[in-house]
Design a protein around this ligand. Structure first.
Ligand SMILES: Nc1ncnc2c1ncn2[C@@H]1O[C@H](COP(=O)(O)OP(=O)(O)OP(=O)(O)O)[C@@H](O)[C@H]1O
Length: 308
């Protein structure tokens, strides 16, 4: 399948500092691709280069094989929020749709539909300054998808949203991908990324650290961990087979297990002398993987680099 967006060997420096070092990834039709990384990693710089807001020092960015940005086919929710304050909601939505050459009648119908969907029915005549922050964000999200873009860039779409609104956004983003939209999403909410993204690109200090499907990432990094509550000695648990390391938090011990562990038989073979008040088996979460990488601990990774 030809990707909608192809980023190849992207490089960008500000003054003497190289911010992006050889960034390459693709976003395919119908997929939700996450771009992740700690604050200052270079996510927004990557997005701004894609959107032509700034120009790269090196590398190629192509849209279905073309260098020109197909502006009418792209939707963009920037990290900086804020539309004109003293304009009515419907007026700004129609104005932005018109800029994308989208037919006004359809734009109006879709705007009313989305306003209703996001709990903003009747707000079409309100001016933007009368809306709360979250409401304003919903309007800006609607503005980014009103013209039925083939490719959608969402920079931190969930920040500042309450949990109900997060669910609404999540559902809508999924619907758009199911309808064929290629989506590039940047977020710090790892649980949401884990739930909804097909692939991810993790960038740290301007360099690729992980690029692959969520399943690949889990296979590579998200080993099982066993949490045991009870008074036990770390030294005893460290000696158990397939235990990589043990972390102690008061009377709870977390055993990080090796990738090739067979969980059922491993559990059966736990010594009878263990004090177990509570026990759980989980996979390491994307949140933990992110912290491990961002803090340069690199304790979770056992195998080789992932290749997408
Ligand atoms: N216009 C600019 N001039 C100089 N430095 C810049 C400029 N824009 C970004 N930077 C620097 O580039 C680096 C990457 O910034 P960027 O905004 O891309 O990070 P980010 O991954 O989006 O971070 P966050 O999660 O905090 O939004 C930072 O060190 C930032 O200070």
């Amino acid at each position: 399948m030809e990707p909608f967006l192809k980023v190849e060997h992207l490089k960008k420096s500000f003054k003497d500092t190289q911010i992006l070092k050889d960034i390459s990834f693709e976003v395919n039709k119908g997929e939700i691709m996450a771009i992740l990384g700690p604050n200052g990693a270079g996510k927004s710089t990557t997005i701004r280069n894609i959107m032509g807001i700034m120009y790269p020092d090196g590398g190629n960015i192509t849209f279905k094989g073309n260098k020109e940005i197909p502006r009418n086919k792209i939707g963009y929710l920037p990290e900086e929020r804020g539309l004109y304050k003293n304009v009515k909601v419907m007026d700004i939505l129609l104005y932005l749709a018109e800029l994308k050459d989208y037919p006004i009648k359809e734009a109006k119908e879709r705007a009313l539909l989305y306003l209703k969907k996001f709990g903003l029915e009747g707000k079409d005549k309100a001016s933007l300054e009368e809306l709360s922050k979250g409401m304003g964000q919903k309007v800006q999200f609607i503005a980014s998808i009103l013209h039925e873009p083939e490719f959608l860039i969402l920079d931190e779409p969930f920040s500042g949203l309450d949990p109900v609104s997060q669910e609404l956004f999540k559902q809508e983003i999924r619907n758009l991908a199911a309808g064929g939209t290629a989506i590039l999403l940047s977020s710090h909410q790892m649980n949401l990324v884990e739930e909804m993204c097909d692939r991810l690109f993790l960038i740290h200090r301007g360099e690729k650290v992980i690029y692959g499907t969520m399943d690949d990432v889990k296979k590579e990094y998200a080993n099982f961990k066993c949490t045991i509550k009870g008074r036990n000695r770390v030294e005893d648990l460290e000696k158990l087979p397939k235990v990589q390391r043990v972390e102690q938090r008061e009377d709870t011990l977390i055993l990080y297990l090796m990738k090739d562990v067979e969980v059922a038989s491993w559990l059966r073979n736990l010594p009878e002398t263990l004090e177990i008040n509570e026990l759980s088996i989980d996979r390491v979460s994307l949140h933990e993987i992110f912290i491990d990488i961002a803090t340069d601990k690199n304790m979770l990774k056992e195998g080789a680099e992932l290749n997408a």
